[in-house]
Ligand binder design. Structure first.
Ligand code: AMP
Ligand code: MG
Length: 416
């Protein structure tokens, strides 16, 4: 990848992606409200308090394999040892006796280790003849045991406050016998589209109109995040309509997300309205697509004024808004930015001074991975967004990309 030195760069007055991200995240703290919910209802929610293990998991030493519980000291180091099989231990139905010298107990995965035994020999390696089992040499004392507390120790923090619950967390909570957990209340997000040319689906388009797609991409992304949504529709570029929309949104929601109207355009009253109703900064970001963006507060609600172009909405949402919402939802620490180095399978020339997010498709070349462009890269082209499975992130100082250059990608898995 060809790079420039960034010193004499006229685009320096633009805010870098990292600076804007940091400014947003630093200004936010988690919501206060919380509730107690049943385990299943905690899916996608964020723990407000630590989950403490009330006892050891597993609660008793048990077998990791189907096989025989034996005493390692009984085994001959050089040859097979014959042991007498004196019983069977099932998961949930332990062997009640004691394993004495020269004895073995047939044992199933998950069964408690019988008293006297200290080692499990897997069934695949032994030879069984009536009530005798022949154990080959070379077994290690203590092998194939799961120790009490090896997963979670009694009294320890099983899950820390700030963790968002996924399938593994639900299972972990249930494995402790815990039926309810404290989670932050859902984040309430109001969103609307702006623009006189924007039409809602359900009626034919008039000349010059375009259907509203931003409310649908935002609906999808915000639903996945588990927010409570207030869809306020399309608001025309009229001061009274915008003022009413911002007033209603700020009364009902923790966060307001708008699209359109933040660039310097004649018919865009939205900047003026945002500035009058709250404390809002209008940023020129060193990013493509998605240059203009507004961030601030209207009354108690946090405001994200995203650009209007459909792909710019998705890029700015994923680079700036999503982590901010997670922070408000109580997630700590925030998940690290996922970026992977792969080989480029395309040629591109690029202006310096801005970070570019291209729509890419990962492809496998033998053991290696490369990335191709997913189609036309215009900021209004949603079809290539749908074809793509990652963003290719080209840093500010990159000037061009040649096939074989190393580039960084952010896979959509987990993002979109
Ligand atoms: P704006 O930032 O308002 O100047 O809009 C930039 C471009 O994005 C214009 O071509 C708009 O028509 C288009 N646009 C704005 N909002 C939407 C929307 N909700 N759905 C689809 N296109 C939009
Ligand atoms: Mg507009």
């Amino acid at each position: 990848m060809n790079s420039s030195s960034s010193s004499a760069d006229p685009a320096r007055s633009f805010l870098s992606v990292d600076t804007a991200r940091a400014a947003i995240l630093d200004s936010l703290s988690p919501l206060c409200g919380w509730e107690k919910v049943a385990v299943r209802a905690a899916l996608g929610r964020v723990l407000r308090t630590d989950v403490i293990a009330p006892y050891n998991v597993p609660s008793h030493d048990n077998s990791a394999m189907d096989g025989y519980a034996i005493r390692a000291a009984d085994l001959d180091a050089g040859t097979d040892t014959a042991l007498a099989v004196v019983g069977t231990a099932y998961a949930g139905r332990p062997f009640s006796g004691i394993v004495g010298a020269g004895q073995a107990v047939r044992i199933m995965t998950g069964a408690s280790i019988p008293q006297g035994a200290d080692t499990i020999v897997v069934q695949e390696v032994v030879r069984r003849s009536d009530d005798r089992v022949f154990v080959p040499a070379g077994q290690k004392k203590g092998q194939n045991l799961r120790r009490a507390g090896e997963d979670l120790a009694e009294g320890g923090v099983a899950l820390a406050a700030g963790r968002r619950c996924g399938p593994a967390e639900l299972g972990l909570i249930a494995s402790l016998g815990i039926a309810e957990v404290d989670v932050y209340r859902p984040l309430r997000v109001a969103f609307f589209s702006t623009g006189d040319e924007i039409a809602s689906i359900g009626r034919p388009l008039c000349p010059g109109e375009v259907y509203d797609s931003n409310r649908y991409t935002l609906f999808g992304a915000l639903s996945r995040l588990g927010c409570d949504l207030i869809d306020m529709g399309v608001i025309p570029d009229r001061p009274d309509a915008l003022e009413a929309a911002f007033r209603d949104a700020s009364e009902a929601a923790d966060v307001i997300i708008t699209s359109g109207g933040v660039s310097v355009g004649e018919a865009d009253f939205i900047r003026e309205m945002m500035a009058r109703m709250g404390e809002v900064a209008f940023w020129k970001l060193a990013i493509k697509p998605g240059r203009p963006m507004a961030f601030g507060r209207i009354r108690n609600a946090v405001l994200f004024g995203l650009p209007g172009n459909p792909v710019a909405v998705m890029v700015t949402y994923f680079q700036f808004v999503q982590d901010a919402l997670l922070k408000l939802m109580g997630v700590t620490p925030l998940p690290p930015a996922q970026r992977f180095a792969v080989q480029a399978a395309f040629t591109l020339r690029k202006q310096p001074g801005r970070t570019e997010y291209l729509r890419g498709r990962l492809q496998r070349d033998g053991a290696a991975c490369s990335v191709a462009l997913a189609g036309a890269q215009g900021s209004g082209v949603l079809s290539s967004m749908s074809e793509a499975d990652c963003f290719v992130v080209l840093p500010e100082d990159c000037l061009s990309v040649q096939p074989g250059d190393t580039v960084y990608v952010q896979p959509f898995h987990g993002l979109l």
